[in-house]
Design a protein. Sequence first.
Length: 253
Amino acid sequence: MTKSDALESAKQIACNSAISDWLKDNQIIGLGSGTTIKYAVEYIADKVKKENLQIQCIPTSFQARQLLINHKLPVTDLDVCEQIDVTFDGADEVDEHLHLIKGGGGCLLQEKIVASCTKDFIAIVDERKHSKKLGSYWTKGLPIEVVPMAFKPVQTRVQKLFGGQAILREAVSKMGPVVTDNGNFLLDWKFDTNKQYYWPDVNVQLSQIPGIVDTGLFINMTSRIYIGNLNGTVTKLEGKSSNQHTLNNISNF
């Protein structure tokens, strides 16, 4: 098995563990976006079929919605269901305080809205993405969603306040910038990894800059993180109200 295959297997094991722990009958489920979520949807669909579970699913992106539809899982939205029981999502990086960087796939705003409506937000990653300090693994920068007309002043303001570089994300398959599902642009703030940041304060300061819609920082939102390891085990980071956590290593269930 190649390392790439082993990492995919680690993601899948972590997804299965998280869903086995949290998925129950008669729940409203939030589903995030990205490469990890395809495993979550596959396992949820299998579990729903085998156990005859009645659930409703709220996706955070077009991709997630199509996955749910393709697996014949019932889809709803926040207009109908304002309170979500549990949301399963991936992350670009997690630290030991359960702070997350998300938004590498461009869906950070929808993901944060769904997370904010959720009783228990569950993040699922492989072991590469677990760092002592944000920016150690994810080096593409902190995603920041901005109103198009404000991207230049926001870019200047972020760099002046915090240093580093705030780079407009360019599209790959077309000319010009990436445009989110909400019609906004994305800045990727490549912060100085040699500096110490208190991320809750940074998130508040960024959110107060006119033109910033939201950031890819998920602070004090996570109930539990499931980390799939290359050796086939799953590590769980438990969220606490004081933003503390306990670390448990468990074998493959």
